[in-house]
Design a protein around this ligand. Structure first.
Ligand code: KMH
Ligand code: ZN
Length: 282
């Protein structure tokens, strides 16, 4: 079986220190959480950034500061900024995260970024809006900037939208999907199997189980040969009622499960190979 790519979604835009005091806000806290996940075995850092008071932002300078701080501690990690940002942000605001350069590594843009392929309910009156025009625009810009999309899909309809966008030339194959289960769609083994069955042959996939489904979805994905995303963005408890100490603790738990069932962990270089990314030049 292919080696396991672990993504750490260290921060998110919705969780706060009230949910878990270890949720990072400052540049230093974000770098600390990225390092803990990287050292535990995460090869991808899915990145949202915050102001020091916790307010989510897509500000390019803040992303640059966080990416530079992470890079010092995680020299070869794949840093995958969010273009989802937070509910209510404009498309232009959201796209700033794809503008960050890392000249020392020859990167004019991030290697990857998320591409959310549909609109969904986000609890209460919140709606996370991704119209067809938004998806086309983001897809086109990511192709121009050579940013590999992690296609975030919250239900099967979004898989169909992504396939439609691929056929129209807005997303290149092979596609890489992140099934976010437990927001709009439930998170069961049947749901995950249905999603996996629905993507084109040759695609890769990871699963982000939300809340208490996080480690259950991870365990199933490990056995199925998919990849796994964990972290405070999706869940703040290491087990029922016990707040996680760090994102690294979550990654360690995934590594333990994987080792028990004989699945090896991909290094960042191996993750790049699996995802069809160029090796990092130093
Ligand atoms: N915070 C959500 C509104 C992504 O990173 O692309 C969007 C989100 C998805 O988290
Ligand atoms: Zn995100």
């Amino acid at each position: 079986m292919e080696k396991l790519i672990i993504t750490a979604a260290i921060c998110g835009a919705e969780v706060t220190k009230e949910h878990n005091p270890n949720v990072p806000y400052t540049v230093e806290e974000i770098a600390r959480e990225a390092e803990s996940a990287y050292k535990a075995g995460a090869s991808i850092i899915h990145l949202h950034v915050r102001e020091d008071d916790g307010t989510p932002t897509q500000d390019k300078a803040r992303f640059k500061a966080c990416i530079d701080a992470i890079r010092k501690l995680c020299p070869d990690a794949i840093i995958q900024p969010s273009t989802g940002g937070a509910v209510g942000m404009t498309d232009l605001e959201r796209l700033q995260s794809t503008e960050v350069e890392e000249p020392e590594l020859g990167l004019k843009h991030p290697e990857m970024a998320t591409l959310d392929c549909g609109t969904c309910n986000f609890g209460g009156d919140e709606v996370f809006v991704n119209t067809d025009n938004t998806i086309k625009n983001f897809g086109k810009i990511m192709i121009e900037r050579n940013v590999k999309p992690e296609i975030e899909v919250f239900d099967k309809g979004m898989v169909d939208i992504a396939i439609k966008m691929h056929k129209k030339g807005y997303i290149k194959a092979p596609m890489h999907f992140d099934f976010v289960l437990g927001v709009q769609m439930t998170a069961t083994a049947r749901d995950l199997a249905f999603m996996v069955d629905s993507i084109p042959a040759g695609s890769t996939w990871t699963v982000a189980g939300i809340g208490r489904s996080q480690f259950q979805m991870a365990a199933i994905a490990i056995a199925m040969g998919g990849h796994v995303r964990v972290g405070f963005e999706d869940n703040v408890y290491i087990k029922k009622g016990v707040p996680g100490e760090s994102n690294g603790q979550f990654v360690e738990k995934v590594v333990r499960i994987a080792k028990e069932v004989g699945r090896e962990i991909a290094t960042p270089a191996e993750a790049r190979e699996i995802l069809g990314l160029k090796p990092l030049s130093k």
